[in-house]
Write a protein that binds this ligand. Structure first.
Ligand code: BEZ
Length: 393
């Protein structure tokens, strides 16, 4: 039978108490802090995984590559954005590599498996992208943190915004998996509350990018607007196909901000005018955002995006909290309390956690203008996920 990490820790503490061996902290003080990254480095979400990883490396380098005085060792596993492989990949990091922290993933289905195992093993998990609502609702826990967003948080503000724009009949379209369904569900909640009607929700198998039949269906339904969630390579293809089909000229395209984040160069003119909501925008005019974007560009030659910001903030969380507990990864409640208390000025705005360990954040309304996600307003200020079903919230 495999011992859970918690039990192993209790056992090692008991041995240390006999005085026969140095305490675990004395041993641990000189060892490297092992941070496991479960992220997609291949497939439709590969660019997202690389940006999260590279901005973590950037932030760690600026902190001398140390957490609480101890050197950092990153252990990377390609999640392939494949939920079927997620239990084995998570176990590889938590049980096999014995990482001190596990972070990632991008895909909501992978996150569900990663968080379940992290809870069982008592390893601190920091979800750095996946928005699965359950992570900070039913699956919340002292050792479960999220530095990105919940799917609900990003998408429900657009419902009221589109109703204000006098749009009455909308078709939504997304990939058929947890994130897509939760995102269009949150949009529908906001839109119907404001008096609108979602006439059809079109679900495309993940990660398919053959959209012709779906676009033909949209044309036949003649809605006032389309609301979409796709990300990475799929978002590039959808936005281009939407414009090429001629629909863009007749039916405005709205969506979750992932539709146009990190994708604009590849989408070109096809993305102009697309309206989205997100907890970040390239053009946020703050010193923190400007210097972050400059440093990311210098380090990678790529433009920063929301995924890079989330990686950067994940690293900030670890740097600050580990400094507070002086590198003691086994500090238990003190480490959790240090993580909960972290506050800083992120490129996205002021950073604070809700009680369920999800960021409380402004959701920006953005429009693609001249190849940039321009902020044209705040769709909703200081949005906290309702954390339904979370005992600690
Ligand atoms: C998700 O699966 O939760 C997700 C993937 C890409 C972008 C945003 C969310």
């Amino acid at each position: 039978m495999r011992l859970s990490r918690r039990r192993l820790l209790q056992a090692s503490g008991a041995v240390a108490a006999t005085g026969l061996v140095p305490s675990r902290f004395a041993i641990g003080q000189s060892a490297k802090v092992r941070v496991g990254l479960l992220l997609p480095y291949s497939g439709t979400y590969a660019a997202l995984g690389h940006n999260i990883t590279d901005s973590m490396k950037l932030a760690f380098a600026a902190a001398g590559n140390k957490l609480g005085g101890r050197e950092i060792e990153l252990v990377q596993v390609d999640s392939e954005a494949d939920p079927a492989k997620a239990p084995a990949n998570t176990n590889k990091l938590i049980v096999g590599e014995k990482v001190d922290f596990i972070t990632g993933p991008v895909h909501s289905g992978v996150a569900m498996a990663m968080v379940k195992i992290a809870r069982e093993e008592g390893t601190i998990a920091i979800v750095s992208n996946a928005g699965a609502n359950a992570v900070t609702r039913e699956m919340c826990g002292p050792n479960v943190f999220r530095t990105s967003f919940s799917n609900w948080q990003v998408c429900q503000p657009m419902g009221a915004e589109m109703a204000r724009r006098n749009l009455k009949r909308v078709v939504s379209v997304t990939w058929n998996y947890a994130a897509g369904k939760e995102m269009i569900g949150a949009f529908r909640e906001g839109f119907e509350k404001a008096g609108g009607t979602v006439v059809k929700e079109i679900l495309v198998p993940f990660p398919n990018v053959e959209f012709q039949a779906n676009l033909t269906e949209v044309a036949a339904l003649k809605p006032d607007a389309v609301y979409a969630f796709f990300a990475g390579a799929g978002a590039v293809k959808f936005v281009k196909d939407y414009a090429d089909s001629g629909l863009k000229a007749r039916i405005p395209l709205y969506g979750a901000g992932f539709l146009t984040d990190g994708t604009l160069r590849a989408q070109g003119a096809a993305a102009e005018g697309v309206l989205t909501t997100l907890h970040y925008a390239d053009s946020l005019d703050t010193p923190q955002n400007r210097s972050f974007r400059e440093a990311f560009k210098k380090a990678t030659t790529r433009d920063a995006d929301v995924y890079a910001v989330q990686g950067y903030d994940t690293a900030q969380l670890l740097i600050q909290a580990m400094d507070k507990v002086k590198g003691d990864t086994k500090a238990g409640k003190a480490l959790i309390a240090a993580m909960e208390a972290v506050q800083f000025d992120s490129p996205r705005g002021r950073w604070t956690f809700s009680k369920s360990h999800n960021p409380v954040q402004d959701i920006y309304l953005r429009e693609v203008r001249n190849g940039d996600n321009a902020v044209i307003g705040i769709a909703q200020k200081a949005v906290a996920d309702p954390a339904k079903g979370c005992g600690i919230a």
